[in-house]
Design a protein around this ligand. Structure first.
Ligand code: ATP
Ligand code: MG
Length: 417
C-alpha cells in the first residue's frame, strides 16, 4: 500500500486514535469527534527502551510496536472503546517541512479564476517543493539518491491581489498567490510507521509531521495576525516550527533533547540512565539536596549552551529577510527542565537573528490546544501537547473536504503515481 492511499480517508465511526511515537515515550489518545471538537476519552503513555528510537526515528520496530500496544491498551481501558483508525505523527531530523509560495500574474484579471488555473499553479508548487526537499536531504545524508516521500501537504495561504480568500475559484484579480506547506521524509522512516500501524492492526488515516501538527494547535484558525515560534523539547529531539501571520512557514528538528541531560547526569554521578533520569526529575521539582542540585546545575551548563546553539542555527535558516516572531511557545517533557527555560529567557541571542524585540517565552497549556476537550482529566503536562495537536488535525478528517484541499490531494496523488 502506498502512502498516497491515505489521502481522502475519513474517520468512520467518529472515534479515532492519535499516536505520537516519541523517542522517550509512546503516547496514545482516543478521541471522539463531536461537531468540530475532539473529545479525549482515553490516554496512555509507555516508556520506550533506549534502543527503540534514535533522534525521533524508529530503530526497532518490534520494540516500538509493543510499547505502542501498551500505551493504546491503557487508553482503551479508560475509554472503554478501541478505535480502528489512527493518525500518527512522524518526527526526526530528516523530516523537512517547508512552505513554497508562488505568485503569478494572470493575463486577464477580469476573467474569474478557473479550476484549471488553480490546478496548474498547485502542481508547479508541488514539483518545485519536491525537488528542493530531495536536494536538501541528498546533501544532508550524503546520498545522492535518497528516496524521499511526501508526508503531508496543506494549503496555508491563498491571496488574490493581496486579499486572503479560502476558495479562490470564481474570483477576478490580477495576482494570484498560493502557498503550500509540504513535509518530506526518507521512505525508510515512513515505511517504519506504516509497518507499525499494520502490526497494530490499525487503519492508518494519516501521517503528519509532529511540528506541523504543533504549529496548527493554537492561534485562531484563519487569523492572519498570529505569529510564533513553537519549540517541542522531547527526549531525543527538539522540534521547531515557525508560524508567521497565521501560516506555517517551516518545520525543522535537531537531535538534542532531554536524553542528553540525563546522560550527562549519569556520567557525572556514575549512575545508570534510569537512575540519572530519576535524579533529573527530582532536580526539576526542587527535591534534591542543595549541594546535589548545584552539582547538577553546573554539569548541565555546557549542554544547555549547545542546545541553545541548536535553536539559533535552526532559527537562522528561517530568518531570510523577514523578522522572527517574538513569541516562543514551549512544550514537550524536556522543556520541563528549569535550565531550558532559563537558557531561553536569558539567551544572548545572536545578533544575526532578526528578532523585532527580545522574545517572550511561555508554555503551551493543554487547554490552549484548539478544538480539543479533555475528558480524562489527565492531560496536564507539556508532553501531552503534541498528541493533542495530532488529534486536533484528525478532526478535519471527518466531514467535507475544502475545495482547495481536494484539488491539492488530487495533484499530490497524481505526482505520486
Ligand atoms: N519534570 C521533568 N523535568 C525535566 N525533564 C523531564 C521532566 N519530565 C519529563 N522530562 C523529560 O522529558 C523527556 C520526554 O519528553 P517527551 O515525552 O515529550 O519526549 P518524546 O516525545 O518521547 O521524545 P521526542 O519528541 O524527542 O521523540 C525525557 O527526556 C524526560 O526526562
Ligand atoms: Mg515528542
Amino acid at each position: 500500500m502506498g502512502l498516497f492511499d491515505f489521502l481522502g480517508k475519513k474517520i468512520e465511526n467518529r472515534y479515532a486514535l492519535a499516536l505520537d511515537i516519541g523517542t522517550e515515550f509512546a503516547k496514545a489518545l482516543i478521541f471522539k469527534v463531536e461537531e468540530d471538537k475532539g473529545i479525549v476519552v482515553g490516554a496512555g503513555r509507555q516508556r520506550q527502551k533506549l534502543s527503540d528510537m534514535q533522534g525521533g526515528a524508529v530503530t526497532d520496530i518490534q520494540g516500538v510496536v509493543q510499547n505502542c500496544q501498551k500505551a493504546i491498551e491503557r487508553a482503551a481501558g479508560q475509554a472503554q472503546i478501541m478505535p480502528t483508525q489512527v493518525i500518527m505523527g512522524i518526527a526526526g531530523e530528516l523530516v523537512k517541512g517547508n512552505t513554497t509560495t508562488i505568485k503569478y500574474t494572470r493575463p486577464d484579471p477580469k476573467i474569474g479564476i478557473t479550476l484549471e488555473e488553480l490546478k496548474d499553479i498547485i502542481a508547479r508548487i508541488q514539483r518545485r517543493s519536491f525537488d528542493r526537499a530531495r536536494q536538501i536531504l541528498a546533501w544532508e545524508t550524503g546520498h545522492a539518491e535518497v528516496d524521499v516521500k511526501l508526508v503531508n501537504a496543506a494549503i496555508v495561504d491563498v491571496k488574490i491581489d493581496g486579499y486572503n480568500v479560502t476558495n479562490p475559484l470564481g474570483f477576478q484579480g490580477r495576482e494570484l498567490q498560493v502557498g503550500v506547506f509540504n513535509a518530506f521524509a526518507p521512505i525508510v522512516h515512513l515505511g517504519a510507521l506504516q509497518t507499525i500501524a499494520a502490526e497494530l492492526r490499525l487503519d492508518l488515516l494519516s501521517i503528519v509531521a509532529d511540528p506541523y501538527a504543533l504549529a496548527r494547535s493554537i492561534g485562531p484558525k484563519e487569523s492572519t495576525e498570529f505569529s510564533a515560534i513553537f519549540i517541542d523539547v522531547g527526549g531525543g529531539t527538539t522540534d521547531i516550527a515557525v508560524v508567521r501571520q497565521g501560516g506555517v512557514e517551516g518545520t525543522k528538528m535537531f537531535a538534542l533533547g532531554g536524553r542528553t541531560f540525563t546522560k550527562r547526569i549519569a556520567q557525572v554521578f556514575g549512575t545508570t540512565f534510569l537512575e540519572a533520569e530519576e535524579i533529573k526529575i527530582k532536580y526539576s521539582k526542587g527535591e534534591l539536596p542543595a549541594e546535589d542540585a548545584t552539582f547538577v546545575k553546573k554539569a548541565l551548563i555546557t549542554d544547555c549552551q549547545v542546545w541553545l546553539s541548536g535553536v539559533e542555527l535552526t532559527l537562522e535558516e528561517f530568518s531570510s529577510i523577514e523578522l522572527l516572531p517574538s513569541r516562543i511557545l514551549l512544550c514537550g517533557g524536556g522543556a520541563m527542565l528549569p535550565d531550558i527555560q532559563e537558557t531561553l529567557k536569558k539567551a544572548q541571542w545572536s545578533p544575526t537573528l532578526p528578532f523585532a524585540r527580545i522574545p517572550n517565552v511561555h508554555f503551551i497549556r493543554p487547554e490552549d490546544v484548539e478544538n480539543i476537550v479533555d475528558q480524562t482529566g489527565e492531560l496536564k503536562n507539556p508532553w501531552d501537547i503534541t498528541p493533542m495537536s495530532l488529534a486536533n488535525l484528525g478532526i478535519d478528517l471527518v466531514g467535507e473536504e475544502r475545495i482547495t484541499d481536494s484539488i491539492l490531494n488530487k495533484i499530490v496523488a497524481s505526482l505520486r503515481e
